[in-house]
Ligand binder design. Structure first.
Ligand SMILES: Nc1nc2c(ncn2[C@@H]2O[C@H](COP(=O)(O)OP(=O)(O)O)[C@@H](O)[C@H]2O)c(=O)[nH]1
Ligand SMILES: [Mg+2]
Length: 203
């Protein structure tokens, strides 16, 4: 299932594309290349989501049926892919935001951040938008396998904690995972199996 226009959003909510099924939705939010598709494949144990070496390949909204949890995973286009011009980037941001704002079945957003870097300005904008719209958020730091030493890991965790606190979220609720080594997936799976239990930013 591939969708790419705001006018089609209503059809998703009406269940037309979902064939009348109304499972709760988990949306994958994050920069292009942060590892959204890889994480979907690792969690759902499929190779359905196309992993791309080239940033900005997911230019549409893809829906995946997570049968074991009876949920739908929504793979959103990455915010701010490098090659697009400003106008096109804004159009996609509008589309992503329209979806996140309007889907009544949205259970939570999984915000993916690269374990090696802090949240970028675009990440922060997206997080503030989600908090403003009161969408429950779960933070996932991806590519944790790239942090090779204990020293690097603790330094990055410290920086990440400060960044999440500054955005109004509790850092200890964040997950650190690797789609490559599968490290950290189990606790994330257990969390996602819960219903509507993700934190919303404190006022
Ligand atoms: N080392 C490492 N690389 C990863 C991991 N997850 C994804 N990648 C790589 O990051 C790139 C982008 O991944 P992709 O899943 O397509 O990101 P998306 O654009 O957010 O969907 C690909 O080259 C992946 O192989 C991970 O856990 N560890
Ligand atoms: Mg992708």
């Amino acid at each position: 299932m591939t969708i790419g226009d705001v006018s089609q959003l209503q059809d998703i909510f009406n269940g037309v594309f979902l064939k009348g099924r109304r499972e709760p939705r988990i949306a994958m939010v994050g920069r292009s290349n942060v590892g959204k598709s890889s994480l979907i494949n690792a969690l759902l144990e499929t190779t359905l989501a196309r992993v791309s070496g080239e940033p900005g390949k997911t230019r549409c909204l893809h829906l995946y049926d997570w049968k074991t949890l009876k949920k739908i995973v929504v793979d959103l286009p990455g915010y701010g892919f490098a090659k697009a011009g400003h106008a096109e980037r804004d159009k996609w941001a509008d589309f992503i935001n329209a979806y996140l704002k309007r889907d009544p079945g949205l259970e939570r957003a999984l915000v993916l951040l690269d374990a090696r870097h802090g949240p970028t300005e675009l990440d922060k904008e997206a997080i503030k938008f989600l908090s403003f719209e009161s969408v429950p958020v779960t933070f996932v730091f991806t590519k944790a396998d790239a942090l090779k030493t204990q020293k690097e890991r603790s330094a990055r965790r410290k920086e990440a904690s400060a960044a999440l606190l500054a955005l109004g979220y509790e850092p200890k609720d964040a997950f650190w995972v690797s789609a490559k080594t599968k490290d950290g997936l189990k606790p994330l799976l257990l969390e996602l199996a819960k219903t509507s239990a993700a934190p919303i930013a404190m006022e």
